[in-house]
Design a protein around this ligand. Structure first.
Ligand SMILES: NC(=O)c1ccc[n+]([C@@H]2O[C@H](COP(=O)([O-])OP(=O)(O)OC[C@H]3O[C@@H](n4cnc5c(N)ncnc54)[C@H](O)[C@@H]3O)[C@@H](O)[C@H]2O)c1
Length: 254
């Protein structure tokens, strides 16, 4: 594990931190002795992750938050800043989709919900965090996009693919807007990762088929993404801005 001593005491807000990639990311930031705020709609699951982190000696708080709700996001960020004295890092991992489908089959309310979770949620978290990040010495925004937002190579959801492409472009916009304030904004684009949500969505055969097409011949672990995000938050990545970092084992080379 790489260590970044400068992350000690920096305040990292992580959405979708109750499970999957967000929870792994919270654990990796805790190993760097950052102060964690776990933002999730599933408070009970987030509390379990927080208890584990606190057990390791790091600070962690949970704020039940619906990232698609402006008041909920604003209140959560205000609570975090009041507790820790500011916000330095925002990781937006809350996201996903309901089912693999086509444009023709996708119900309109599914489109609306998926776009709201991935795009509106990311937008609100970034927008409401900006005033706090401007006061940080090393403000960082890290948005979790997807390989589906970079290209199309297999089954996914059209609402998901479109919204994850939007997350990358929003991140680039933020990079240009906030660069002059010393804040960087980058995204990561993971390939299929075996979190509980994805295990439920895909068959074993489908998972094996995806892995067989990856040059590294395995799907990533959530920690592969978490490690990249810790790096993006570190001073070592201070000059990376507006990047969409592909984490796909070489499956898609752009
Ligand atoms: N797992 C993959 O294969 C994969 C691949 C590429 C990108 N991603 C992206 O990575 C991110 C994390 O994926 P994951 O597989 O870990 O997901 P997950 O479903 O395991 O975790 C998502 C978390 O977000 C929370 N959440 C859902 N709606 C919310 C809301 N409105 N407000 C606050 N929290 C909410 C859930 O409670 C959950 O804890 C997502 O943005 C996803 O699109 C995942």
């Amino acid at each position: 594990m790489a260590t970044y001593p400068e992350l000690k005491g920096r305040v990292a807000v992580i959405s979708g931190a109750a499970q999957g990639i967000g929870a792994s990311t919270a654990r990796e930031f805790a190993k760097q002795h950052a102060h964690l705020a776990l933002i999730d709609i599933d408070e009970a699951a987030a509390q379990k992750v927080a208890a584990e982190i606190q057990g390791s000696g790091a600070r962690a708080m949970v704020v039940r938050t619906d990232v698609t709700d402006d008041a909920s996001v604003s209140n959560a960020l205000a609570k975090v800043a009041a507790e820790y004295g500011g916000i330095d890092i925002v990781v937006n991992s809350a996201g996903g989709y309901g089912k693999l489908t086509s444009v023709e089959e996708l119900p309109l309310d599914d489109w609306d919900k998926t776009v709201a979770l991935n795009m509106r949620g990311t937008f609100l978290m970034c927008k409401r965090a900006i005033p706090y990040l401007k006061k940080s010495k090393a403000g960082r925004i890290i948005n979790v996009s997807s390989i589906s937002g970079r290209t199309l190579f297999g089954s996914t959801s059209p609402a998901y693919a479109a919204s994850k492409a939007g997350v990358i472009q929003l991140t680039r916009f933020l990079a240009i807007e906030l660069g002059p304030c010393g804040i960087t904004a980058n995204s990561i684009a993971p390939i299929t990762t075996l979190t509980p949500r994805v295990r439920a969505l895909r068959s074993e055969a489908n998972i094996e088929q995806i892995a067989s097409q990856i040059p590294l011949r395995r799907l990533p672990d959530p920690e592969d993404h978490a490690n990249a995000m810790v790096f993006l938050a570190s001073d070592s990545a201070a000059y990376l801005n507006g990047v969409a970092l592909d984490i796909n084992g070489g499956r898609i080379l752009m």
